[in-house]
Design a protein around this ligand. Structure first.
Ligand code: NAD
Length: 387
């Protein structure tokens, strides 16, 4: 049996295009799941972008005012892929309009906005989802299953890192990401949200943190036109960067494990190095998104045959790999993770059941971010509390 789900996408930048392509791939990749997304309407203040989205993805219509998406009775699910300063207003309005909402991380500019949005979703009883795409890598899901089976024992240590190069060049323009009023926090929201989602999923809740931040490049060229966050401008006026380039933290997990988390957007060499290393009493694992189809794994119970780390390639036996490729080591890419995530959400919508990572998960992430930000001021350990 098939079930059609009307989709609206708000803001057709990088993520709006990516979400649209992912919805388009659902029937192609998951033909037996019965979920059939219908791309109804896309909205952006830039009509060139919505027209291009229509041409590429076959949306039935476009809108310049995002509220039209929420007024459309055929739209059941809304993807909110706008810059952070618009998340709060758009999410609250979408929930008010009775839509199920998939909002890109960090869901608001600050932990207080994230929690407000999550509370509204809970009160509305609607389904929500967040763009923590990296967790859907088949090798990461395979590791999660092993951890749940107890194969790695009790987690004792976790090291997470997300190093990016998009701000490495001081001539990279002052896009909204570098503006406190528009983005809210800098990498605490942008990159630490991803690192924390992974850490909480694999190692459990965080109890305490001590954290530092820094802005290494204090001013950047003002963009002369709308561009991507990879745009560079060699001349012209500059203005101040008003949020942080770097956040580092030591963390104590509730289960007693110790760890470190570090994120930075001005690293040369690492373009998208989202990586973790997890050590348990019976095994260890490490992963790096830049080689997202590989997992390094050591298990005590296989130590005789495989002393030290073994390098596993993603393969059809791992969750969702077989929906993309029938062969081992025939790898998936970033946008395949997006296809998996929109399918997971739509399965939940069709079943009427909450799915993770919902706004509850991003609220848990926000609680840790809030403790990190407090620690920048107090320069000491801070408890993670739900506020
Ligand atoms: N999950 C991930 O891996 C990932 C990656 C990149 C970005 N993101 C998140 O996605 C969101 C969007 O980032 P992006 O890189 O796609 O941004 P972007 O700058 O590429 O695009 C933003 C779009 O929003 C549009 N817009 C601005 N104001 C609008 C309004 N009032 N109504 C409708 N549209 C409006 C702009 O015209 C533009 O098309 C951010 O919250 C970001 O954190 C997530």
């Amino acid at each position: 049996m098939t079930r059609e789900v009307g989709i609206g996408v708000i803001a057709m930048g990088w993520m709006g295009m990516t979400h649209s392509r992912a919805y388009q791939q659902v029937v192609n990749r998951f033909p037996d799941s019965g979920v059939v997304p219908r791309l109804k309407v896309c909205a952006d203040t830039d009509s060139d972008r919505t027209n291009e989205a229509c041409r590429r993805f076959g949306f039935e219509r476009t809108a310049e005012d995002w509220r039209e998406v929420l007024d459309d009775p055929d739209v059941e699910v809304v993807s909110i892929t706008s810059p952070n300063w618009l998340h709060r207003e758009m999410c609250l309005a979408a929930l008010e309009a009775g839509k199920h909402v998939f909002c890109e991380k960090p869901v608001g500019r600050e932990p207080s906005e994230t929690r407000e949005i999550a509370a509204a979703a809970q009160a509305a009883g609607l389904l929500t989802f967040t763009g923590f795409c990296y967790r859907w890598s088949p090798v990461v899901q395979h590791l999660l299953a092993l951890i749940k089976e107890g194969r790695l024992g009790q987690v004792t240590h976790y090291r997470g890192r997300f190093f990016c190069g998009y701000g490495h060049n001081p001539k990279s323009v002052l896009s909204w990401r570098f503006d406190r009023n528009k983005a809210g926090f800098g990498v605490l929201g942008d990159l630490m949200s991803h690192a924390l989602d992974m850490a909480l999923m694999l190692a459990g809740p965080v109890a305490e943190v001590v954290s530092e931040n820094e802005t290494f490049i204090s001013e950047r060229p003002i963009p002369s036109q709308a561009g991507t966050h990879f745009a560079v401008s060699e001349d012209g006026p500059v203005a101040a960067v008003t949020n942080e380039d770097y956040v580092g933290a030591m963390v104590r997990f509730a289960n007693g494990a110790r760890g470190t988390l570090e994120v930075c957007r001005v690293i040369g060499g690492s373009d998208c190095e989202h990586t973790f290393e997890l050590n348990g009493t019976k095994g260890s694992a490490r992963w790096n998104f830049e080689r997202m189809n590989e997992l390094e794994l050591f298990l005590d119970d296989q130590a005789v045959e495989r002393p030290g780390y073994a390098r596993l390639q993603s393969r059809p036996e791992f969750p969702r790999h077989g929906d993309f490729n029938p062969g081992g080591a025939v790898g998936l890419g970033y946008e395949d993770l997006m296809t998996i995530e929109v399918h997971e959400f739509l399965r939940g919508v069709v079943a009427g059941e909450p799915v993770e990572p919902s706004f509850e998960q991003i609220a848990r992430v926000a609680d840790v971010q809030a403790a990190m930000a407090r620690s920048w001021e107090t320069r000491t350990w801070e408890n993670v509390t739900a506020e």
